[in-house]
Design a protein around this ligand. Structure first.
Ligand code: NAP
Length: 332
């Protein structure tokens, strides 16, 4: 039996289970020359998928209605007529939300389960680890002794950004949505301070208290009011890395926000958005660095692993309620 998840409706506001359709097909998949048969093992759910579910113009094409959704997947090769891949190999890449599928292997690469847990290739050794490392180093250009603030700090990208900040000798402050997450930031990931944005009335004052010398680098995963409060505290020549804006992804109207221009002008500050694929030529070196830090025990990671193919849409929706710590992954 092959299970597939399709996009049924373009979500209005927060996605709901009824936006997805689950189908089961009792059919045999066969492969021809150059193809291979893959069995899905781990599926990455990511906030950016929300953007692809709407039909607004973006950096990637929207998902088509009544077609399978796709995201980062780790799969096992169960049969191969492709010379680059053999039966028993594990591969990573963008694949359909299907339990089994045929692929030509384009844009898939092998991953080694003896070097790291397979799920780690979707997180710290995959897209979110690369986003953290390259966003922080290429745009943030952090310098020892500076202060780094990270929003969405307990998530896949944020938890890695903060740890790299510590490795590079910065004071690191994380913003997240539960006290448990704040404890984890400090005890597991070595952050210097944490702010629970859900229980803090005056974020501007809380950031000032946690960053008495001001903010030099802001790694922004959430946008919205949290980011406005950080901007009130930036230093001269500060760098803001616009990585994500999950706080506004489900908005149905264009959000109004504090105008950032005066903060940027008076502080000669930089604000830059990016898509991790901008830095594709740097991926091999970045993975080498992340692997070295992991091997040396300087970097660690958390995962929230949800079991069951049928739970992929709910795991995705749960990102918007902060139900994950670290990388949200579905084990099939
Ligand atoms: P994640 O942080 O692991 O998961 C999302 C987290 O966002 C949740 O756990 C939740 O934590 C927080 N959140 C949800 N709604 C929020 C709200 N209204 N206000 C504040 N926080 C909220 O996800 P991720 O994969 O690491 O991605 C983090 C951000 O980076 C996303 O915005 C994503 O789109 C972006 N991203 C960008 C790139 C790129 O190339 N530019 C690549 C990867 C990811 P709390 O409990 O703390 O609320």
């Amino acid at each position: 039996m092959i299970h597939t998840i399709l996009l049924k409706h373009r979500p209005k506001g927060k996605p709901s289970i009824s936006d997805f359709e689950f189908i089961k097909e009792d059919k045999e998949l066969t492969i021809t020359d150059g193809e291979m048969l893959l069995e899905t093992l781990y599926v990455s759910v990511d906030p950016y998928l929300r953007g692809r579910m709407s039909d607004a113009k973006s950096y990637v094409e929207p998902f088509e209605l009544d077609k399978p959704i796709h995201s980062g997947i780790i799969a096992k090769v169960i049969e191969s007529k492709n010379e680059k891949f053999s039966e028993g190999d594990y591969v990573s890449g963008r694949l359909d939300w299907k339990t089994k599928q045929v692929s030509k292997g384009e844009e898939l690469h092998k991953v080694d389960p003896s070097k790291a847990d397979l799920s780690a290739y979707l997180g710290i050794l995959g897209m979110t680890g690369l986003t953290a490392y390259l966003g922080l180093t290429e745009i943030g250009k952090p310098k020892e002794g500076e202060t780094l603030v990270v929003s969405g700090a307990a998530g896949a990208v944020g938890s890695v950004v903060g740890q790299i900040g510590k490795i590079l000798g910065l004071r690191v402050i994380g913003i997240a949505g539960t006290d448990e997450k704040i404890d984890m930031l400090k005890s597991k990931f070595g952050f210097d301070a944490g702010i629970n944005y859900k229980t803090t009335n005056d974020m501007k004052a809380a950031i000032k208290e946690a960053a008495p010398n001001g903010v030099d680098v802001y790694f922004d995963n959430v946008g919205g009011e949290i980011s406005d409060a950080v901007l009130f505290n930036i230093n001269k020549f500060a760098r803001t890395i616009n990585c994500g804006a999950i706080a506004v992804y489900n908005n149905t109207e264009v959000p109004t926000s504090v105008s950032v221009r005066p903060f940027l002008i008076k502080n000669s500050a930089l604000m830059q958005g990016f898509i991790v694929s901008n830095f594709e030529d740097k991926f091999p070196d970045a993975i080498k660095q992340l692997s070295t830090w992991l091997g040396d025990g300087k970097l660690t990671y958390s995962e929230t692993i949800v079991e069951g193919f049928e739970n992929i849409p709910q795991a995705f929706i749960d990102l918007f309620d902060g139900k994950n710590k670290g990388k949200m992954v579905v084990k099939v």
